[in-house]
Design a protein around this ligand. Structure first.
Ligand SMILES: Nc1ncnc2c1ncn2[C@@H]1O[C@H](COP(=O)(O)OP(=O)(O)O)[C@@H](O)[C@H]1O
Ligand SMILES: [Mg+2]
Length: 321
């Protein structure tokens, strides 16, 4: 009796599973592997039902009207079930491989899109920088020359004061224009490469942050040139890491080590400041921009930091091609 009850439970469960499998067929877009697994589940239900009929017929000495499968059919149904399961599972493996491939393709196309966006943004910056430098720059320079020429003329005290003020304002405008144009697209980066551009960046920054000693080591990198996109990405990423260390770390020392190793470049930016928890939701876009820029050129990025004065270490590895 217990066996009969257990068989009924198993039949109910198998019918339930087969029913769900049938309902999911449409959702799986009639995937052949799912159809085969569903058929196998239905066949298993048939077998269980047959076992039940056998047991019932044994208990009632053949007085039930239930149709009982002949033993050879039972074996064939078993073979068919195993076949459907085996082929179905094999095909699921193929579907999973296909899905993994699609996921990989999706990630690659995302990276390509990201790198196209970054490239377009950099090109735009370069165009604006060039327009400012080559268009507005000479105009301001000629205003400055005219003001200087006027200052040589005999003038009364008021006129001289106005012109001296004008000369000061024009000089400031020229300085600020050069800075804006340089921030948009550093000319030194295009002309001399990332190591020298970073050197200039650090030299400009150091006097403004006397509390932090910045050390930049670029052995073997000074004359190394590589793909422009990669140079720009590396430059922007390292500048942001330096900015972060100066802005947030309160560090006494900041070291930037840059090394070329064959067609790979490694950069390590380390500070001995307060550190932070990289798992907490960042307030700014700096770190996420760094991650997406490095990912767009298939580089590696590791960030090691924890709050409590342990400092922050960031390592980057990218290929030059
Ligand atoms: N070197 C660092 N030392 C200490 N904290 C840092 C450092 N770099 C980043 N952080 C922390 O991570 C946060 C996110 O940085 P980021 O994404 O660059 O945004 P933002 O600089 O605009 O705040 C910062 O607000 C800061 O709390
Ligand atoms: Mg930042």
């Amino acid at each position: 009796m217990v066996l009969l009850v257990l068989l009924v439970i198993s039949i109910v469960l198998q019918f339930f599973a087969a029913g769900i499998a049938i309902r999911l067929t449409r959702k799986t877009k009639f995937s052949s592997s799912w159809i085969l697994i569903t058929i196998a589940l239905v066949l298993m239900c048939v077998m269980r039902f047959d076992e039940f009929a056998h047991k019932l017929s044994d208990r009632t000495d053949g007085r039930t009207d239930m149709i009982v499968m002949r033993e050879e059919y039972y074996v064939w149904v078993g073979i068919l079930t195993s076949f459907c399961f085996a082929v179905g599972i094999f095909m699921v493996k193929k579907v999973l491989n296909y899905l993994a491939l699609r996921e990989e393709q999706r990630r690659n196309s995302e990276k390509r899109l990201l790198s196209a966006v970054i490239r377009a943004e950099e090109n735009q910056r370069q165009i604006i920088s060039k327009e400012l430098h080559d268009g507005l720059g000479p105009l301001l320079s000629s205003v400055r020359m005219s003001v200087s020429a006027l200052l040589q003329q005999p003038l009364d005290a008021t006129q001289k004061e106005i012109l001296t003020n004008t000369e000061y304002v024009v000089n400031e405008a020229v300085k600020s224009l050069t800075e804006i144009s340089n921030n948009l697209s550093p000319h030194i980066l295009d002309n001399f490469g990332v190591a020298r551009a970073l050197n200039t960046f650090v030299h400009k920054l150091q006097p403004m942050c006397p509390a932090t000693r910045i050390v930049l080591r670029t052995e073997g990198m000074r004359d190394l040139r590589f793909e422009r996109d990669r140079e720009v990405i590396l430059y922007r990423v390292v500048c942001e890491l330096i900015n972060n260390a100066l802005k947030h770390a309160g560090a006494a020392n900041l070291t930037i080590d840059m090394q070329a190793d064959g067609d790979r470049i490694s950069v390590r930016v380390a500070d001995d400041g307060c550190g932070f928890d990289p798992e907490t939701e960042p307030t700014g876009m700096g770190l996420s921009n760094i991650a997406s820029r490095i990912s767009s050129i298939h580089g590696e990025l590791t960030l090691d930091s924890r709050p409590g004065g342990g400092g922050t270490r960031v390592s980057i590895r990218i290929a030059t091609r």
